[in-house]
Design a protein around this ligand. Structure first.
Ligand SMILES: *Cc1c(COP(=O)(O)O)cnc(C)c1O
Length: 357
């Protein structure tokens, strides 16, 4: 039995985005949010659903000073039969606990968090947009709340789940992106926090993102933080290649790469298609060489937001390589169609990835 979630419904419903209009990512929030508190000695207490809105927190709260904060990201999809699909939500809360361990934040109860997510979505289900490719983005997060300026782990925390109706990532069709191989800044180092979704990782990646944008590139490709030689991730997505017909992706053992649920799903699909999967170190030198000799036929980023994001061009120092003539590859398209098909209920879920609401 789960603890009871106390529900306080809004008396002042928020304005829903208009159907048929462009729906920006992450700007609209549903009527309600889920909240619970952690107090050392008592555990997670007072689970509740309350109207979405500002809340009070002391300016001395530790999250503002030492950045003890982690988050997750997943989506709910409205099917044609009006049922609601969640895609592998347990994995998100298990990963939140992996992040929590690293940031010395207490574990959440995975099954209870899935239950809380379902309860909140059930209440705000009219906020799930129904247009092609649209979904309800789900943002769970935890912050440290002790009013204290000493550096230590907080004794109190607050956990939230927000819901944000979001538009199709590819409103204008899938466009391969140009990426810039970052050779100055690094995102994560061995022994650091790269394998977690902690807020600080994103703060420290902004400078490279900004520089790449200014140079006309959409994303940065991150190299490892030790030798700046091995490929890690692209933007806030995992990266995959098709080289000599094999699916090749950086292995996770460096501890500086986030273990993506989309990454894992692509690997599982590839294996079930009989495609060889190679999780290993890939140096930028090997990649440039594979690009030049033609054995690199596909390259894409993968993550919840885009599902897949094909890479058409890659710039490293003075070398520019074009991949698959700047078009989406066959296998990339297959992953996209399979995953989005299962998410939207249009393709049979032979992997048992869907949790129904
Ligand atoms: C969230 C994230 C991913 C993708 O993970 P998914 O579970 O597939 O959404 C990859 N890399 C980074 C750095 C991320 O933050």
């Amino acid at each position: 039995m789960f603890p009871e979630i106390k529900i306080t419904k809004t008396t002042n419903p928020r304005k829903k985005p208009e159907a048929g209009q462009p729906l920006p990512f992450g700007k609209n929030f549903s009527d309600h949010m889920f909240v619970m508190d952690y107090v050392n000695g008592q555990g997670w207490i007072n689970p509740r659903i309350i109207p979405y809105g500002p809340f009070e927190i002391e300016p001395s709260a530790m999250v503002f000073h030492y950045g003890q904060a982690v988050f997750e990201g997943m989506k709910a999809y409205l099917c044609d039969d009006k049922s609601i699909n969640l895609f592998r939500p347990k994995l998100n809360y298990e990963r939140m606990n992996t992040s929590n361990d690293r940031l010395v934040i207490p574990h959440v109860d995975v099954d209870f968090c899935v239950h809380a997510t379902k309860t909140l979505i059930e209440l705000d289900k009219d906020w799930i947009p129904s247009g092609n490719g649209e979904s309800l983005y789900i943002r769970p997060f935890v912050i440290a709340t002790d009013p204290y300026l000493g550096v230590r782990a907080s004794d109190t925390y607050r956990f939230f789940i927000l819901l944000s109706p979001s538009g199709a990532y590819y409103a204008k069709g899938i466009q391969p992106v140009k990426i810039y191989v970052e050779d100055k800044y690094v995102r994560a180092v061995r022994g650091g926090t790269g394998f977690t979704k902690c807020s600080g990782n994103y703060a420290c990646s902004l400078i490279a993102q900004t520089t790449a944008h200014d140079a006309g590139y959409e994303q940065v490709l991150w190299l490892d933080g030790v030798e700046q030689k091995y490929i890690e991730e692209v933007g806030a997505m995992n990266i995959m290649f098709v080289i000599d017909g094999k699916l090749v992706t950086p292995s996770l053992d460096s501890g500086s790469i986030l273990s993506g649920i989309t990454r894992r799903s692509c690997i599982e699909i590839a294996k079930s298609l009989g495609i060889e999967v190679d999780e290993r170190k890939i140096s930028i030198g090997e990649l440039i060489e594979a690009g030049k000799n033609g054995s690199l036929t596909e390259c894409f980023g993968c993550g919840t937001a885009a599902v897949v994001s094909p890479v058409g061009e890659l710039k490293y120092e003075d070398t520019v390589i074009s991949i698959n003539d700047g078009k989406i590859g066959t296998l990339t398209q297959k992953f996209y169609d399979t995953i989005t098909g299962i998410q939207s209920g249009k393709v049979e879920d032979t992997y048992s990835w869907i949790t129904k609401i």
